[in-house]
Design a protein around this ligand. Sequence first.
Ligand SMILES: [Zn+2]
Length: 360
Amino acid sequence: MAFPTRSHHHHIAFLALSLGLSLGAIAADEQKAAADPGATKPAAASKAAAAAPAAKSEVPPAGEKAPEVAVDAKRASSSKVTEHKAERATPERIIERPVPRISAATRRQALASVASKVTDTKAEESHGAVAHAAHPPHWSYEGETGPQAWAKLAPEYASCGTGQRQSPIDIREGMKVELEPIGFEYRPSSFKVTDNGHTIQANVNGWNSMRLQGRVFRLVQFHFHRPSEEMIDGKQFEMVVHMVHQDTQGKLAVVALLVEVGARQPVLQMLLNNLPLEKNSDITVTSSSLDMNQMLPGDRRYFTYMGSLTTPPCTEDVLWIVMKQPVQATIEQLNLFSRIYPMNARPIQTTAGRVIKESN
Ligand SMILES: [Zn+2]
């Protein structure tokens, strides 16, 4: 269900927005992240440059980001947001943004300039959003642009149909082994809430990381799917939170938190409280801080396997970590989300012999 209004399609790349900002969002920071939280640009720049040319690859081309100018203009008019520009390192840019009223030529030019500064955009995807050239192909969760058609909507979405390790999956028969504990290092951070036309997403500022397999992944953004995309032994949950992290190599790791009906979820509430009134607009929240520790389940055991982004371009080589213990949200909170996105979950994909490990 999507929304009636899909006008925004032009998602343009959010990325651009920030160019300076954090656009780099994802990738960038993380790159350096390990070493230094603020870090980033260099890696990003180089990566972006490399990525840009390959517009057709599954990875979102860095080039497509929208000019930050345009975005800012829009933003200014539509919401209170603001300060982004200054800070960096925010993965935010991972969202798709409409680029209002800009000529193609202008946009192209802007994109080109941006491309050099942008970084890897895979993270954004997020789920969802990928930055694509001027007019990223529109996709949805139903109808002619629904999941069955994603691969045909654009060359860069081919993996959605031909990929061999797609997500989500129904998790069954995991190999029970002694998995190392995940080293979550989250701290109160400012954030930006966006309705990108496919989900509600929070781009998290500051240094929030997760250590696993000798790598450090920085939390770039998190968003929601209702009902849950992942299933466990055939069971689907009310919702799932996808926390998208990226390491210094640009590799993505998504921590999935299944959500069941229960206690009030403070982090979800904070997003609902700051929900933009319009799609493709965002609200930067600096008055209160987001603490992802409040969202993690007490039991940190998990399932892990390799998969993909669950939204176009369905890029693979994504490390999935699904926490075994669900977290909770009230029915009222779930209903509020449903008023905006009653169904934004990709169907289950074949597991195809993938190794699934799970904590004992
Ligand atoms: Zn997702």
